[in-house]
Ligand binder design. Structure first.
Ligand SMILES: C[S@@+](CC[C@H](N)C(=O)[O-])C[C@H]1O[C@@H](n2cnc3c(N)ncnc32)[C@H](O)[C@@H]1O
Length: 175
């Protein structure tokens, strides 16, 4: 069977803003964008940027620019598409301001959300953290022992450089 596929627009209509203007409404929900490991990209870029500033060419809806700015880096962006920039501007900006007391192992934070619609909102968080060795002691007191410790859910080796840990404890009864 022969099929004819026809296009409403021609290539000659394609300019620097065409892609962004057409895709802006759905960009953040496209499978290609959802499949990207944004968290790892942002962590790697932040490490490369050091204290900044950062210049992103083709900022789009702010997938990378907004989380980089939330890390208190000065981010400058440029984009040919006004529609993409409108989407970026409509997103709330999240910042975090924290005070850390290493003696009492306490962190007092405020998550700050700023948006065009909601203005500025503060969400307070207060935590007392425990080091892995302290957790192991608490576990021992509860008759548990450490079975595994990784630095993430992919079971990456836990080292002195790890920024998080996943610890698995098992019952010591009948050991
Ligand atoms: C695939 S999106 C990437 C957006 C964002 N950097 C990200 O990673 O999610 C590419 C962006 O580049 C912009 N762009 C394309 N050609 C451009 C040009 N000549 N000048 C400035 N921006 C351009 C588009 O409007 C679009 O927002």
């Amino acid at each position: 069977m022969r099929q004819t596929i026809c296009c409403a627009s021609t290539v000659t209509e394609y300019g620097p803003s065409t892609y962004g203007d057409r895709v802006a409404d759905v960009y953040d929900r496209t499978p290609q964008v959802l499949a990207r490991d944004t968290e790892r990209a942002v962590a790697a870029l932040a490490e490369l940027a050091g204290r900044g500033p950062v210049l992103e060419l083709g900022t789009g809806t702010g997938r990378l620019a907004l989380p980089l700015a939330a890390r208190e880096l000065a981010v400058h962006g440029i984009d040919a598409s006004e529609e993409m920039i409108k989407k970026l501007r409509a997103k709330p900006v999240q910042l975090e301001a924290s005070m850390h007391d290493p003696v009492t192992q306490r962190i007092r934070s405020h998550h700050i959300m700023m948006s065009n619609e909601g203005g500025t909102q503060l969400y307070p968080v207060q935590v007392r953290y425990a080091w892995p060795s302290e957790l192991d002691l608490m576990a021992r007191l509860a008759h548990l022992h450490l079975r595994s410790r990784w630095s993430d859910w992919d079971q990456t080796e836990f080292t002195a450089m790890s920024r998080s840990h996943v610890s698995v404890y098992a019952s010591s009864a009948g050991r």
